[in-house]
Design a protein around this ligand. Structure first.
Ligand code: ZN
Length: 137
């Protein structure tokens, strides 16, 4: 396990590995702050037998950080909808489709928490993956 705070893949040219160390630190802190008070979705717990807390090393994983910078809001939302279209809706019927409500609430939450617009798409995916159990792949 690599405990380096600015974990990079050697030779990788993704947006995360290419950005300045100070920006990488900013992104780590943003992710840590946002997820510190949030609970891991039960879909993860049954698989990995972990508790409620999101392990910090998960937030440091290259594929998550790399994806975080990769998605703009519109492409993130599109990716989610193409995934949720294949999922069964929950039994409780609401006025709007459940995935539209979920995405809107998540985006509002990110705004309330002061997540910069630039990272909202990636953070949306990360949040839905870890806290709502919606996996893109
Ligand atoms: Zn990379």
């Amino acid at each position: 396990m690599n405990n380096d705070r600015n974990l990079q893949k050697s030779g990788c040219t993704c947006s995360f590995c290419e950005c300045e160390p100070s920006l990488q630190t900013f992104i780590h802190e943003m992710v840590d702050r946002f997820f510190a008070k949030r609970k891991l979705h039960r879909a993860w717990k049954s698989r990995f037998l972990c508790g409620d807390t999101i392990p910090q090393n998960w937030l440091r994983e290259h594929h998550r950080l790399s994806r975080l910078l990769q998605f703009k809001i519109d492409t993130a939302v599109e990716a989610i909808y193409s995934k949720t279209a294949l999922m069964p809706p929950p039994p409780i019927k609401k006025e709007a489709p459940w995935d539209v409500i979920l995405v809107n609430e998540a985006l509002q939450l990110l705004g309330t928490e002061g997540i910069p617009q630039k990272y909202a798409g990636g953070m949306l995916l990360l949040y839905l993956e870890l806290c709502e159990g919606i996996f893109l792949d």
